[in-house]
Each structure stands twice: as C-alpha cells, then as structure tokens.
Design a protein. Sequence first.
Length: 59
Amino acid sequence: MSILAKETQPLKLSKLIDKQPNLNLELVNVLQSLQRRCLVDKIEDSFWLSPLIKQYLVI
C-alpha cells in the first residue's frame, strides 16, 4: 500500500511487480484482499488508493 500511496496516478499490476519483484505472486493475493476490504480500487487493469487512505498512509 505504501507504493500506491506515493503514486499520483493508478498503477498497473506490471508496474507494481517491477517495484516489488520479490512479492510477485503474493502481490496479486494482497491486492485482491485489499480490494475486498475497499482499501484499494481497481480501474480497468490499474490499482489506486483513495485520497483519504493515501493521506493516512503518508502521515
């Protein structure tokens, strides 16, 4: 989530994997879990955090 919090635009899964190559398969499961909890939003094939959650994580 900290990677998404630092970004200003939604990130594609491939970019997230590039930023965290050691979490390749686990990253997909984590994103799905966060999506179910409404902590991460998915638009087409990109992921992003709402401004409120970003603000909380950056503080």
